[in-house]
Design a protein around this ligand. Structure first.
Ligand SMILES: [Zn+2]
Length: 112
């Protein structure tokens, strides 16, 4: 499902409320480029309930569970999944792959 579909669906369940903003979390490893997503969204939102909606993107850094530190740490880079504190290669990514809609701002249709 695309973001537009998710947002339209949500809008419909609230009686075709106008969508003002869609808040997204995009991990650096999700393969999604914020700029590309924004321009795609601007084209796709035309003639939908999202025509006036704004995309608000929160960029999520990559975090790994470091076996050496025994806790979650920021990764060095998306190419090297090493703990940024001690440099140990981590097998477990705990954050950074997400692409999710976290919140939506809706404005109810005016009741006449
Ligand atoms: Zn570490």
């Amino acid at each position: 499902m695309s973001i537009i579909d998710i947002a339209c669906e949500e809008s419909r369940t609230r009686g075709d409320a106008r969508v003002i903003a869609v808040h997204l979390k995009i991990g650096r490893m999700s393969g999604v480029v914020s700029e590309a997503l924004l321009s795609a969204f601007e084209l796709a939102r035309e003639d939908t309930l999202l025509a006036a909606a704004e995309l608000k993107i929160e960029d999520m850094p990559v975090r790994v569970h470091c076996p050496q530190c025994g806790c979650e740490q920021l990764a060095d880079s998306i190419q090297c999944l090493c703990c940024s504190v001690c440099g140990t290669l981590s097998p477990e990514i705990t954050q950074g792959c997400e692409l999710e809609v976290v919140a939506m701002e809706l404005e109810p249709m005016e009741v006449v």
